[in-house]
Design a protein around this ligand. Structure first.
Ligand code: HAM
Length: 425
């Protein structure tokens, strides 16, 4: 090999790409059922925005950003998440007027300089949604329901939903002072990095993966006990709503998320099987009521979530994956016998394509066996154009799944009708 793949990245071809496309199509369908429309932001983003939105004491900003220097010396970053770019784009484009609410979804490349392993890449895709300018707790519930519907639609059952509330600016300040006190009293058990976190951003200690920090964190004060009346009511309303919709969840006070912009509700969908190796978070999200004003926009309370597309695919049961691989990607394969029939077949394929029938033809051989084998698994029908049939102005239509065939008039409209009926059958 002259050149190798960049570490932490992957290419996608063959069956894998068929599954990938299928998953994306399904996600788009579910997002639109829930009223989300597509939004896209650029990959290159201003570095300062993430420092402000995600926080300077987070792993993402401290260690994981891919920074690019332009010729003029300006620094940009390959986006390490999509929430801040999306809110920035909404502010810049003046998309939301007054009390209007918007629901946007995305499926986009994300870049994080992490140690690659199963389910963890340096370049990966996030699918996600943002509900912008709505304070209603039912929106939080709707997101959790949507997450559940997504996993259900892919046959994923091995997961649990953890929720927590991080409170608002008011109640969190009091909580942080108690947390700081607790960790200061136990600081001899904290790792070197957490000793710094303790001064700069004590809630990040709750996120630390070091065993000694984890065991100290277990006994720490819980934010849930410090919520103000408004945040507590919101959280209780959300829990009631989830129960009404029969959604199983656990309140996990250790869910603080790795990004600083969250307020009130946060949640994670955690894989509990072994599909993801050491990784476990399928989906993570929550409310971020102050991010828009932090980024210079008007006050727009919002909430959203994102999941790793690769982690989603890794968690799909094998049987469902192989069904997706088998899915036909064209409607019709036109079979010819060489000579004049090849030209007629080519013209016919073009006519079908103009009528939005997905059609393919193999010029590289006129061997029928080879053409039929290329059609099998790719097309629902093969249309056979032979010399004999041409004389009668007929074609043979072969149903590749049922292995049955019929002679039909060489009439494009009739053939399309026949194919449509067969496809829906
Ligand atoms: P996050 O938890 O940092 O949240 O990432 C969301 C999801 O992206 C994770 O749950 C995981 O499935 C996937 N993910 C993260 N890092 C990697 C990686 N290195 N390789 C593969 N997959 C990965 C956010 O990014 C927030 N913006 C989510 C959000 C949207 N909150 C509100 N709105």
């Amino acid at each position: 090999m002259l050149y190798e793949r960049v570490k932490g990245t992957y290419d996608m071809l063959g069956n894998q790409s068929v599954v990938f496309q299928n998953v994306i199509e399904n996600l788009k369908r579910i997002f639109s059922i829930y009223g989300f429309s597509y939004g896209q932001t650029s990959i290159l983003q201003p570095i300062e925005m993430f420092k402000r939105a995600i926080g300077t004491d987070t792993d993402i900003v401290n260690k994981e950003m891919f920074i690019i220097k332009s010729k003029s010396g300006k620094e940009y970053v390959l986006k390490p998440e999509e929430t801040a770019p999306m809110i920035k784009a909404v502010i810049e484009s003046n998309l939301i007027h007054g009390l209007e609410m918007r629901k946007l979804y995305y499926i986009t490349p994300i870049f994080r300089y992490e140690r690659p392993q199963k389910g963890r890449y340096r370049e990966f895709f996030q699918y996600g949604v943002e509900t912008i300018n709505s304070q209603d707790f039912r929106r939080d519930c709707e997101l959790i329901m949507l997450g559940r519907e997504i996993l259900k639609s892919f046959g994923i059952k091995n997961y649990k939903i953890d929720i927590n509330s991080l409170g608002c600016g008011k109640c969190r300040a009091e909580y942080i002072s108690h947390l700081k006190k607790y960790f200061s009293e136990n600081s001899s058990h904290l790792c070197a990095q957490c000793k710094i976190r303790l001064i700069k951003n004590p809630m990040r200690v709750l996120d630390c993966k070091e065993e000694s920090c984890k065991s100290i964190a277990k006994g720490s004060p819980k934010i849930i006990d410090y919520l103000c009346i408004e945040c507590r009511d919101d959280f209780e309303n959300l829990m009631k709503c989830l129960k009404d919709f029969k959604i199983d969840f656990t309140v996990n006070p250790m869910i603080v998320r790795g990004l600083d912009y969250y307020t009130k509700t946060v949640f994670e969908f955690i894989e509990i099987g072994d599909a993801l190796g050491k990784q476990s978070t399928l989906i993570g999200g929550g409310r971020y009521d102050t991010l828009s004003s932090e980024l210079g926009g008007k006050n727009m309370p919002s909430c959203g979530f994102a999941g790793g597309l690769e982690r989603l695919i890794l968690s799909i049961p094998k049987e469902m994956q192989s069904n997706m691989e088998k899915e036909e990607n064209i409607d019709v394969f036109i079979i010819h016998f060489g000579g004049k029939t090849t030209d007629i077949a080519f013209q016919f394929a073009e006519e079908l394509r103009k009528k939005w029938v997905r059609s393919e033809i193999l010029f590289e051989t006129d061997k029928i066996k080879k053409q039929l084998s290329a059609a099998s698994g790719r097309a629902k029908f093969a249309i056979i154009i032979g010399e004999e049939e041409m004389k009668e102005n007929k074609v043979v239509i072969k149903d590749m799944t049922k292995q049955s065939q019929e002679k039909k008039d060489f009439d494009i409209e009739e053939i399309i009708e026949y194919i449509k009926r067969g496809k829906d059958a």
